[in-house]
Design a protein around this ligand. Sequence first.
Ligand code: ZN
Length: 284
Amino acid sequence: MPLVPMTAFLPRAKKEGFAVGQFNMNNLEFVQGIAAAAKEEQSPFIFGVSEGAMRYMGLEYVVAMAEIAAKESGVPVALHLDHGSNFDVVMKCIQAGFSSVMFDGSHHPYEENIALTKEVVKAAHAVGVSVEGELGTIGGVEDDLEVDEADAAMAKPDEAIRFWEETKVDALAIAVGTAHGMYKGEPKIHFDIIDEVAKQVEAPIVLHGGSGVPDAAIQESIRLGVGKINVNTESQVACTAVIREKLGNQPEMIDPRKYLGPGRDAIKETVQGKMRLFGSSGKA
Ligand SMILES: [Zn+2]
Protein backbone atom coordinates (compact mmCIF):
# COMPACT_ATOMS: atom_id res chain seq x y z
CA MET A 1 0.00 0.00 0.00
CA PRO A 2 1.41 3.47 -0.85
CA LEU A 3 1.77 6.13 1.87
CA VAL A 4 -1.57 7.79 2.64
CA PRO A 5 -2.54 11.14 4.18
CA MET A 6 -3.93 11.05 7.73
CA THR A 7 -7.35 11.83 6.30
CA ALA A 8 -7.43 8.21 5.12
CA PHE A 9 -8.13 7.11 8.72
CA LEU A 10 -8.50 10.04 11.15
CA PRO A 11 -12.13 10.96 10.34
CA ARG A 12 -13.12 7.33 10.92
CA ALA A 13 -11.11 7.27 14.17
CA LYS A 14 -12.99 10.23 15.59
CA LYS A 15 -16.33 8.85 14.47
CA GLU A 16 -15.76 5.35 15.83
CA GLY A 17 -13.99 6.45 19.00
CA PHE A 18 -10.43 5.24 18.59
CA ALA A 19 -7.10 7.01 18.11
CA VAL A 20 -4.27 6.37 15.67
CA GLY A 21 -0.75 6.45 17.08
CA GLN A 22 2.06 8.53 15.74
CA PHE A 23 5.24 6.59 16.41
CA ASN A 24 8.46 8.42 15.78
CA MET A 25 11.13 7.11 13.50
CA ASN A 26 14.65 7.31 14.91
CA ASN A 27 16.47 4.71 12.84
CA LEU A 28 15.93 1.46 10.92
CA GLU A 29 15.14 -0.54 14.07
CA PHE A 30 12.30 1.87 14.89
CA VAL A 31 10.91 1.62 11.36
CA GLN A 32 10.92 -2.16 11.45
CA GLY A 33 9.69 -2.50 15.03
CA ILE A 34 6.76 -0.13 14.43
CA ALA A 35 5.83 -1.70 11.07
CA ALA A 36 5.95 -5.23 12.52
CA ALA A 37 3.67 -4.18 15.37
CA ALA A 38 1.18 -2.64 12.93
CA LYS A 39 1.16 -5.71 10.71
CA GLU A 40 0.43 -7.99 13.65
CA GLU A 41 -2.21 -5.64 15.07
CA GLN A 42 -3.67 -4.77 11.65
CA SER A 43 -3.60 -1.15 12.73
CA PRO A 44 -3.14 2.04 10.72
CA PHE A 45 -0.33 4.26 12.02
CA ILE A 46 1.63 7.42 11.48
CA PHE A 47 5.40 7.59 11.20
CA GLY A 48 6.45 10.83 12.90
CA VAL A 49 9.72 12.36 11.74
CA SER A 50 11.17 15.35 13.54
CA GLU A 51 13.55 17.75 11.83
CA GLY A 52 16.34 16.39 14.04
CA ALA A 53 15.58 12.79 13.09
CA MET A 54 15.50 13.84 9.45
CA ARG A 55 18.97 15.34 9.72
CA TYR A 56 20.17 12.15 11.42
CA MET A 57 18.78 9.68 8.85
CA GLY A 58 18.68 11.80 5.69
CA LEU A 59 15.44 12.75 3.98
CA GLU A 60 15.68 10.20 1.17
CA TYR A 61 16.38 7.31 3.52
CA VAL A 62 13.37 8.35 5.61
CA VAL A 63 10.99 8.29 2.64
CA ALA A 64 12.40 5.06 1.21
CA MET A 65 12.18 3.25 4.55
CA ALA A 66 8.62 4.46 5.14
CA GLU A 67 7.53 3.33 1.68
CA ILE A 68 8.96 -0.13 2.21
CA ALA A 69 7.39 -0.34 5.67
CA ALA A 70 3.99 0.59 4.24
CA LYS A 71 4.28 -2.04 1.53
CA GLU A 72 5.59 -4.68 3.89
CA SER A 73 3.01 -4.10 6.65
CA GLY A 74 0.04 -3.85 4.27
CA VAL A 75 -1.75 -1.36 6.57
CA PRO A 76 -2.49 2.35 5.93
CA VAL A 77 0.64 4.35 6.83
CA ALA A 78 1.10 8.12 6.84
CA LEU A 79 4.59 9.62 6.72
CA HIS A 80 4.29 12.79 8.77
CA LEU A 81 6.66 15.67 9.48
CA ASP A 82 6.58 16.28 13.24
CA HIS A 83 6.70 19.93 14.41
CA GLY A 84 7.71 21.43 11.06
CA SER A 85 9.10 24.84 11.94
CA ASN A 86 8.71 26.72 8.66
CA PHE A 87 7.16 26.70 5.20
CA ASP A 88 10.42 25.63 3.49
CA VAL A 89 10.89 22.43 5.47
CA VAL A 90 7.23 21.54 4.90
CA MET A 91 7.67 21.95 1.13
CA LYS A 92 10.91 19.99 1.16
CA CYS A 93 9.16 17.06 2.85
CA ILE A 94 6.15 17.14 0.53
CA GLN A 95 8.43 17.14 -2.51
CA ALA A 96 10.38 14.22 -1.09
CA GLY A 97 7.22 12.11 -0.71
CA PHE A 98 5.76 12.80 2.76
CA SER A 99 2.00 12.22 2.83
CA SER A 100 1.36 14.44 5.84
CA VAL A 101 2.93 17.39 7.65
CA MET A 102 2.64 19.21 10.91
CA PHE A 103 3.23 22.91 10.83
CA ASP A 104 3.97 24.13 14.34
CA GLY A 105 3.35 27.85 14.36
CA SER A 106 2.61 27.87 18.08
CA HIS A 107 5.64 30.07 18.85
CA HIS A 108 4.16 32.81 16.65
CA PRO A 109 1.47 35.23 17.83
CA TYR A 110 -2.07 33.84 17.35
CA GLU A 111 -3.06 35.71 14.16
CA GLU A 112 0.32 35.01 12.56
CA ASN A 113 0.01 31.30 13.42
CA ILE A 114 -3.36 31.26 11.63
CA ALA A 115 -1.99 33.07 8.57
CA LEU A 116 1.10 30.84 8.26
CA THR A 117 -0.86 27.63 8.87
CA LYS A 118 -3.38 28.63 6.20
CA GLU A 119 -0.57 28.95 3.65
CA VAL A 120 0.71 25.47 4.53
CA VAL A 121 -2.81 23.98 4.30
CA LYS A 122 -3.38 25.56 0.90
CA ALA A 123 -0.13 24.20 -0.54
CA ALA A 124 -0.42 20.76 1.10
CA HIS A 125 -4.09 20.14 0.29
CA ALA A 126 -3.44 21.03 -3.35
CA VAL A 127 -1.30 17.89 -3.60
CA GLY A 128 -3.34 15.64 -1.30
CA VAL A 129 -1.13 15.98 1.77
CA SER A 130 -2.77 16.26 5.21
CA VAL A 131 -1.86 18.93 7.76
CA GLU A 132 -1.71 19.14 11.53
CA GLY A 133 -1.59 22.54 13.24
CA GLU A 134 -0.76 23.47 16.81
CA LEU A 135 -2.23 25.91 19.25
CA GLY A 136 -1.00 26.67 22.74
CA THR A 137 2.49 25.64 23.79
CA ILE A 138 3.23 22.02 24.68
CA GLY A 139 5.94 21.76 27.33
CA GLY A 140 8.96 19.49 27.57
CA VAL A 141 11.95 18.64 25.41
CA GLU A 142 11.95 16.95 22.00
CA ASP A 143 14.88 17.26 19.62
CA ASP A 144 15.20 20.94 18.69
CA LEU A 145 12.16 21.86 20.77
CA GLU A 146 12.47 22.91 24.35
CA VAL A 147 9.65 24.56 26.22
CA ASP A 148 10.05 25.41 29.88
CA GLU A 149 7.12 24.22 31.98
CA ALA A 150 6.47 27.78 33.06
CA ASP A 151 6.15 28.79 29.39
CA ALA A 152 3.85 25.93 28.47
CA ALA A 153 0.48 27.55 27.94
CA MET A 154 -2.86 25.75 27.70
CA ALA A 155 -4.86 26.33 24.56
CA LYS A 156 -7.89 28.56 24.96
CA PRO A 157 -10.95 26.70 23.59
CA ASP A 158 -12.45 29.69 21.74
CA GLU A 159 -9.09 30.39 20.09
CA ALA A 160 -8.70 26.72 19.14
CA ILE A 161 -12.15 26.62 17.57
CA ARG A 162 -11.52 29.76 15.49
CA PHE A 163 -8.05 28.47 14.56
CA TRP A 164 -9.64 25.36 13.05
CA GLU A 165 -12.47 27.24 11.36
CA GLU A 166 -9.97 29.50 9.61
CA THR A 167 -7.24 27.00 8.76
CA LYS A 168 -9.24 23.76 8.28
CA VAL A 169 -6.30 21.64 9.42
CA ASP A 170 -6.95 17.89 9.34
CA ALA A 171 -5.76 17.38 12.90
CA LEU A 172 -5.45 19.90 15.69
CA ALA A 173 -2.76 19.70 18.36
CA ILE A 174 -3.71 21.70 21.41
CA ALA A 175 -1.80 22.09 24.64
CA VAL A 176 -3.88 20.37 27.33
CA GLY A 177 -1.27 19.59 29.97
CA THR A 178 0.81 16.80 28.40
CA ALA A 179 4.50 17.33 27.73
CA HIS A 180 7.23 15.92 25.50
CA GLY A 181 9.75 13.58 27.10
CA MET A 182 9.46 11.90 30.49
CA TYR A 183 7.10 13.14 33.16
CA LYS A 184 8.41 13.99 36.60
CA GLY A 185 5.04 13.37 38.22
CA GLU A 186 1.69 12.36 36.83
CA PRO A 187 0.53 14.72 34.04
CA LYS A 188 -2.61 16.70 34.71
CA ILE A 189 -4.71 16.63 31.55
CA HIS A 190 -7.31 19.34 31.08
CA PHE A 191 -10.17 17.18 29.84
CA ASP A 192 -12.51 20.17 29.87
CA ILE A 193 -10.46 21.83 27.11
CA ILE A 194 -10.48 18.66 24.97
CA ASP A 195 -14.22 18.29 25.49
CA GLU A 196 -15.07 21.88 24.60
CA VAL A 197 -12.88 22.00 21.49
CA ALA A 198 -13.75 18.52 20.18
CA LYS A 199 -17.46 19.31 20.24
CA GLN A 200 -17.01 22.31 17.94
CA VAL A 201 -14.21 21.12 15.69
CA GLU A 202 -14.61 18.42 13.07
CA ALA A 203 -10.92 17.47 12.98
CA PRO A 204 -9.66 15.13 15.70
CA ILE A 205 -7.57 16.55 18.54
CA VAL A 206 -3.93 15.47 18.75
CA LEU A 207 -2.31 14.57 22.04
CA HIS A 208 1.44 15.20 22.00
CA GLY A 209 3.61 13.70 24.73
CA GLY A 210 1.56 10.52 25.02
CA SER A 211 4.40 8.60 26.72
CA GLY A 212 3.76 7.98 30.40
CA VAL A 213 0.16 9.21 30.40
CA PRO A 214 -1.89 6.75 32.50
CA ASP A 215 -4.05 4.39 30.43
CA ALA A 216 -7.30 5.64 31.94
CA ALA A 217 -6.45 9.24 31.00
CA ILE A 218 -5.65 8.14 27.45
CA GLN A 219 -8.98 6.34 27.15
CA GLU A 220 -10.91 9.29 28.55
CA SER A 221 -9.23 11.70 26.12
CA ILE A 222 -10.08 9.41 23.17
CA ARG A 223 -13.67 9.25 24.35
CA LEU A 224 -13.78 13.06 24.32
CA GLY A 225 -12.38 13.46 20.79
CA VAL A 226 -8.64 12.83 20.66
CA GLY A 227 -7.98 10.91 17.43
CA LYS A 228 -4.18 10.98 17.19
CA ILE A 229 -1.69 10.32 19.97
CA ASN A 230 2.06 10.83 19.66
CA VAL A 231 4.41 8.35 21.28
CA ASN A 232 8.17 8.46 21.06
CA THR A 233 9.81 8.53 24.48
CA GLU A 234 8.28 5.26 25.67
CA SER A 235 9.65 3.37 22.66
CA GLN A 236 13.06 4.98 23.17
CA VAL A 237 13.08 4.03 26.85
CA ALA A 238 12.06 0.43 26.12
CA CYS A 239 14.65 0.02 23.35
CA THR A 240 17.50 1.60 25.28
CA ALA A 241 16.79 -0.33 28.48
CA VAL A 242 17.18 -3.64 26.63
CA ILE A 243 20.38 -2.53 24.89
CA ARG A 244 21.84 -1.19 28.14
CA GLU A 245 21.11 -4.49 29.88
CA LYS A 246 22.59 -6.59 27.04
CA LEU A 247 25.78 -4.56 26.85
CA GLY A 248 26.06 -4.35 30.63
CA ASN A 249 25.77 -8.11 31.05
CA GLN A 250 28.00 -8.96 28.11
CA PRO A 251 30.76 -6.34 27.72
CA GLU A 252 32.39 -8.55 25.08
CA MET A 253 29.37 -8.22 22.74
CA ILE A 254 30.32 -6.37 19.55
CA ASP A 255 27.83 -7.50 16.89
CA PRO A 256 25.23 -4.65 16.71
CA ARG A 257 22.55 -7.11 15.58
CA LYS A 258 22.79 -8.89 18.91
CA TYR A 259 21.74 -5.82 20.89
CA LEU A 260 19.82 -3.79 18.28
CA GLY A 261 17.63 -6.81 17.44
CA PRO A 262 16.30 -7.15 21.00
CA GLY A 263 15.96 -3.34 21.08
CA ARG A 264 13.78 -3.56 17.99
CA ASP A 265 11.64 -6.26 19.65
CA ALA A 266 11.13 -3.96 22.64
CA ILE A 267 9.94 -1.15 20.34
CA LYS A 268 7.52 -3.54 18.65
CA GLU A 269 6.08 -4.66 21.96
CA THR A 270 5.67 -1.08 23.20
CA VAL A 271 3.92 0.00 20.01
CA GLN A 272 1.60 -3.02 20.04
CA GLY A 273 0.54 -2.15 23.57
CA LYS A 274 -0.28 1.40 22.49
CA MET A 275 -2.26 0.26 19.43
CA ARG A 276 -4.43 -1.93 21.65
CA LEU A 277 -4.84 0.87 24.20
CA PHE A 278 -5.77 3.39 21.50
CA GLY A 279 -8.29 0.96 19.98
CA SER A 280 -6.69 1.10 16.52
CA SER A 281 -5.95 -2.66 16.39
CA GLY A 282 -8.02 -4.33 13.70
CA LYS A 283 -8.90 -0.99 12.05
CA ALA A 284 -6.53 -1.27 9.07
ZN1 ZN B 1 5.05 17.03 19.76
